[in-house]
Design a protein. Sequence first.
Length: 214
Amino acid sequence: MLICGIDEAGRGPVIGPMVFGAVVIDSKDEEKLKDLGVTDSKLLDAATRETLFHEIKKLAVEFKILSLSPMDINEWMKSASLNDVEAIKTAELLDSLSVKPDVTYIDCPDTIPARYCQNINNLTKKKTKIIAEHKADLTYRVCGAASILAKVTRDFEIAELAKLHGDIGSGYPSDEVTQKWLDDHWKKNKSFPDFVRKKWATVQRKAQLKLNEF
């Protein structure tokens, strides 16, 4: 039986992409993911995640990674909620697989998992049994594997941005380095670059405060 896990990294940041990962394995290989130490990517340090990133790809029957840029997120959110965007991209990722999983486990962003399952079922052409749960990346190893692929990919993209634009921190609003970078950039340029999510309240609030000052 083929099982699939889908998860994202970067839902909340104000800087950088939201990255989705999908991992398909034979159910008999779940124990191998356990032996590798695969779990929710947030519980692992960066070095461990990077090691597992390569091991997961070798073990997978198939894997896919989809990166949604801040520009695309800004455009999508003119007419859709972030949950809607996630459902659309999750269905797109599922349909991009060359194999058809028997069961797909998804880390659910919706407060009502059954509603999220139905949304994805309505969007995908690849009819598979969908199980969407909160903290699925912790409950199901294959979903944890997907979270690792997504997290490592997003971290790489953030590192590439930092090479060009200086230390931007993690990109999360709670990160003081990120907040300082946003403040400094606005003060100098009176604008934000395309890799900043301009629909985020953090950005709009900063821009309004600075516009009042200058």
